[in-house]
Design a protein. Structure first.
Length: 84
């Protein structure tokens, strides 16, 4: 999840896109305190002018993944030859 802090201090911000073409970028409008969560395979990025502050958290899908510091979903996608 990404937590927006003081979005009035910058222009731009978090964007998502359907392909690797920059023309397809869509900015996610976040207000102060808004939270957005997405999966690891979403094409996304940040473009900002000004000062941008955010809190970013990475989550795992299970206690086992945390305890073993593993990310089995990456292996699954790699074996399936997904391009993410």
């Amino acid at each position: 999840p990404v937590l927006a802090i003081r979005p009035e201090c910058y222009q731009g911000g978090l964007y998502v896109q359907a392909s690797h073409r920059a023309a397809e970028r869509m900015y996610v409008g976040l207000e102060n305190g808004d939270v957005v969560a997405h999966s690891y395979d979403l094409l996304h990025g940040v473009f900002a002018r000004g000062e941008r502050f955010s809190v970013i958290l990475w989550c795992k899908d299970s206690l086992h993944s945390c305890q073993t510091n593993s990310s089995p979903w990456y292996r699954h996608d790699a074996e399936a030859k997904h391009p993410h």
